[in-house]
Design a protein around this ligand. Structure first.
Ligand code: HEC
Length: 144
């Protein structure tokens, strides 16, 4: 599994591109989390299995895309003013790897549940588990 530490699949991007790309990836994941929240949790929008699967696929794709290579050296907020990545990320590689792996595992589980045409409640429950993995990483490594 490609998590926080993985062999680069392409030539390393420059620092600006890494920051912009990871911010876009998280924004895109959040947009898809919002769809699941609206339909499976809040019920603000009619529940649609296909849309839930599409959203879960998108989140799992982000989580399993090898995001670690967008967290290269020199991309934390001590050296850049356009990022919220805490420098602690580089001091705690084991914790960084752990939160990234948890995100990938829970997002993959959400994808599997949605693919099996699960009930709304099951999608909502696993949505909550994915949300915890977002929060765990933000609590440790994202500045306010
Ligand atoms: C491995 C750690 C990690 C995980 C897991 C994670 N995030 Fe983040 N997230 C960050 C960091 C670090 C930033 C700040 C990135 C930056 O500014 O360079 C961030 C930024 C964001 C942003 C702001 C993007 C922007 O444009 O500045 C949103 C929205 C977000 N995350 C949502 C989520 C959601 C939703 C999930 C789960 C589905 C998630 N994140 C999972 C670490 C993580």
């Amino acid at each position: 599994m490609s998590a926080a530490v993985s062999a680069p699949a392409v030539a390393q991007m420059d620092v600006e591109d890494q920051i912009e790309t990871r911010q876009s990836a998280f924004t895109f994941a959040a947009w898809n989390m919002g769809k699941i929240k609206a339909q499976a949790v809040d019920g603000a929008v009619a529940y649609n299995e296909q849309q839930m699967l599409a959203a879960a696929n998108a989140i799992a794709s982000v989580a399993n895309s090898g995001l670690g290579s967008l967290f290269g050296p020199g991309t934390a907020l001590d050296e850049n003013d356009n990022t919220r990545l805490k420098p602690e990320f580089f001091d705690k590689p084991d914790r960084a790897r752990e939160v990234a792996i948890n995100f990938a595992q829970e997002a993959t589980k959400l994808q599997e549940i949605a693919a099996n045409g699960a009930e709304k409640a099951a999608v909502a429950a696993q949505f909550s588990e994915v949300g915890k993995t977002c929060k765990a990483c933000h609590d440790d490594f994202r500045a306010e």
